[in-house]
Design a protein around this ligand. Sequence first.
Ligand SMILES: C[S@@+](CC[C@H](N)C(=O)[O-])C[C@H]1O[C@@H](n2cnc3c(N)ncnc32)[C@H](O)[C@@H]1O
Length: 366
Amino acid sequence: MPNRLLSRFVNGHLHRVGLHLSKKATITRLAILQAEVERLQAEVERLQARDAEFAHCKRVHEAEIERLRQRESQLTRERACLIDAHLHFQGVEVGSLPVLIQEPAPRTDAQLPDPVIAWTLDRFQEKPGWALNLPEDLSTFHTGSSAKAQQFQEVMHQTVQLGWSTTHMCLMQVIARMWSDLPRRYLEIGVCEGLSVLALVTAIRFQKALRRQNILEPFFDELVLADFWGNQFGGSARGSHQHVEELLRSVHVTPDQVTFLDGDSKKTVPAYLRSRKNHVPFDAVFVDGDHSYHGAMTDLENVLPYVGKVLFFDDIYHPAHCLRDRLLEVHRSLVKRLKDDFYVFVNRSWFGFAAFIRKDVFDALP
Ligand SMILES: C[S@@+](CC[C@H](N)C(=O)[O-])C[C@H]1O[C@@H](n2cnc3c(N)ncnc32)[C@H](O)[C@@H]1O
């Protein structure tokens, strides 16, 4: 082969070899780069996953910190608000309960928020006296600007059991306060075993005895007792005409002085009131029968026009009736409605008792 041809062949071959060589190197470099890209992509994904995990942990920790902060402030509040409520039985202190209260209550017209009651009630289910150290609640009593009434509210507030239940002790306090104007006409809805009417009669007799009056002569012009007399709806089955008659006989009230109304007071009481020849108001009325919202409201509506001097209402802080049956709400609405004409006195120990006394009657008492 001539030199020229040989050199062209050699050059051409070398050129092809060169090309071939640089293509191979490029492919290899590409593969390496691709692997590097894949490795970096995997690394990015791993970091992203870690990032998401960190963000999640951060959120969890922040939520936990917030929860702990809230718990801390709640515990601080609780520490500040737990007060020992002293439980008394028959005049003797039998123990104390920590009862949650809100911040010390300012003397404002603000209503006590029911969540406080619900919370306290929830913690001390079925414990009588749980309401004793709730903050003062101006929507539950009313003494106007009368110093005498304020003083009597203090007496009622301080009244504890002493053989008789707090309810009956409070009822006796009212009778003692009314010694110069003792009830002669009395209507009671919800008599059960007759202990409240016995307390009333005992208190009247005691006041008369203190003033050297004859305690044997009949002092009722009208005594009306309404109940189912059975063992349902809070009855004890020991409540019966015979049982109550015997009880009253022991305090010199003879059966001929008593009118028994048998059955649902929502029916029997209005029927009786319609049947009366006169429409003379009762000196005292005690509503303590049907403890449902509707039942208590109906009984109250029925008797309100006949309340001459005093209306008693019970169990406004009873664990089973206070919120579930809204008896406290019934009581508050009554206070609101009657406060122009009545002073309202409450006792929160045991299950809560209220006495509404007409202002003119109370003001006239010595
Ligand atoms: C809490 S006890 C009364 C306690 C009594 N006042 C005392 O302090 O000793 C309630 C009574 O109301 C009666 N009662 C409940 N619902 C009634 C209704 N709708 N009509 C008449 N009496 C009812 C029950 O039979 C029960 O005897």
